[in-house]
Design a protein around this ligand. Structure first.
Ligand code: GAL
Length: 421
């Protein structure tokens, strides 16, 4: 029997209302047994990263002992796998209660697509506007509304070293790419891999630090707002440096995780590795190494005085099944106690200006000083400077270059990608 259009609409409305009643129950009660829970999505399963998450969860359990934490982490550095799984879940209307995303262009994608709830009310109730860094808030704000809770600030432009390998080979930490290549030749001759490298995203990470160190901070920042020309001779110089660097890396890079690559340095098989400071969390929290003995660090060549940052932040997706529990989770993620517990393990500094520096380990104290005094640049690989789509185009072009070494084609693809923005 045919039903009128008006009737059809009211049937749909009734069904929707019923669905709301059911979701409403789920939202306040959690699982079918009635226990409150919160499902949190991240990619922190690996060395150093899981330790950070566990510390934050321990703090959450302390504050909210009646809410069960459901860990929905998907393995894979930089969220390469996790982001694909998240997209599938969000498109299917199966949002986790909170997910990890990077402050900046990456989260803007979700915000402008209407996938995140406005969290300004939490900033008001928790007093976060006064303590969260002024650099971060604009990256997660649209029309005056703030859409996520930053839990940390990581540094991307760090070059880790093995102090024993450097001392044994008479190598000073290089501060320019030219100095790096001089050291690299010496190390290569001694049978040591100069620069440990891992899978594709770690190569993009390396490339962004080369762009930064080669162009300088202002010109690097200009790449993302259209004031620096991707077709310039300076960008070609950066591509050439990157290409040359690849000849000083391990042959099995494509099959190594970031932890595997970092491990080459720790084991003394390689001298240097360029990686974000989650590596420091791995060295200290997981491997139990001592600063300046088991590992040393410096800004990547050419980037002394610049802090290239990224920030992990947690969200409240529209349609979260356990909304109240998610808000509890976010309160802990933004709290001073939550951030101290998390960041000391994770190798990052808190996304708050009021942390007690003295309780942080040596490397993190130096990172806090640099964050407060250096020039600031954003990370490409970790979501600050470019949308997911733009980043994907740069990544694809870079991966081709790694295989075919065609610098002109690489630069042309970078120009095309930028023009499309
Ligand atoms: C970054 C993330 C860090 C760390 C790293 C390696 O994108 O912001 O917290 O997890 O990936 O997986």
């Amino acid at each position: 029997m045919a039903i009128s259009k008006k009737k059809r609409l009211s049937v749909v409305a009734a069904a929707a209302a019923l669905a709301l009643v059911f979701t409403g129950c789920a939202a306040t009660e959690g699982d079918s047994e009635g226990a409150a829970q919160v499902e949190v999505f991240s990619w922190w399963t690996g060395g150093g990263e899981a330790a950070g998450l566990e510390a934050l969860v321990a703090e959450f359990n302390k504050v909210y002992p009646d809410i069960e934490f459901v860990n929905a982490a998907v393995a894979g550095g930089a969220g390469t796998n996790a982001k694909a799984v998240l997209e599938t879940r969000l498109s299917a209307g199966d949002a986790p209660d909170s997910f990890q995303g990077h402050a900046g262009a990456e989260l803007m994608d979700y915000i402008t697509a209407g996938r995140l709830e406005d969290l300004t009310f939490l900033y008001d109730s928790e007093g976060w506007k006064d303590v969260m860094p002024a650099t971060l808030l604009p990256l997660i704000t649209v029309d005056g509304k703030i859409y996520s809770v930053p839990v940390n600030i990581h540094r991307a432009n760090v070059m880790w070293n093995n102090p024993t390998v450097l001392a044994d080979n008479g190598i000073e930490v290089p501060t320019t790419w030219d100095e790096f290549f001089t050291a690299a030749d010496k190390l290569k001759a001694a049978g040591i891999v100069p620069l440990a490298l891992g899978e594709q995203w770690t190569q993009l990470h390396l490339f962004e630090t080369v762009l930064l160190g080669s162009l300088g901070t202002d010109a690097y920042n200009g790449l993302w707002d259209g004031t620096t020309d991707w077709g310039s001779a300076d960008v070609m110089t950066a591509i050439d440096v990157f290409g040359k660097l690849l000849t000083y890396t391990n042959d099995d890079a494509a099959s190594l995780s970031w932890q595997d690559a970092a491990q080459l340095v720790i084991d003394g098989d390689a001298a240097f590795n360029i990686m974000g400071d989650w590596a420091e969390g791995y060295f200290r929290s997981d491997l139990g190494l001592v600063e300046n003995e088991g590992y040393g660090w410096s800004p990547t060549p050419g980037s002394v005085g610049t802090f290239q940052f990224l920030s992990d932040s947690f969200t409240l997706p529209v349609g979260a099944k356990n909304r109240d529990s998610a808000i509890s989770w976010l309160k802990v993620a933004g709290s001073a106690a939550g951030q101290d517990a998390f960041n000391i393990k994770k190798g990052s500094i808190p996304a708050r200006n009021d942390a007690d520096k003295s309780i942080y380990p040596i490397y993190l104290q130096s990172a806090m000083d640099d964050w407060g005094s250096n020039k600031i640049a954003g990370s490409l690989t970790h979501g600050v400077t470019a949308s997911n789509a733009w980043k994907a185009e740069i990544d694809t072009a870079m991966a081709l270059y790694v295989v075919d070494g065609d610098a002109d084609a690489f630069q042309a693809a970078l120009v095309t990608a930028a023009e499309a923005q």
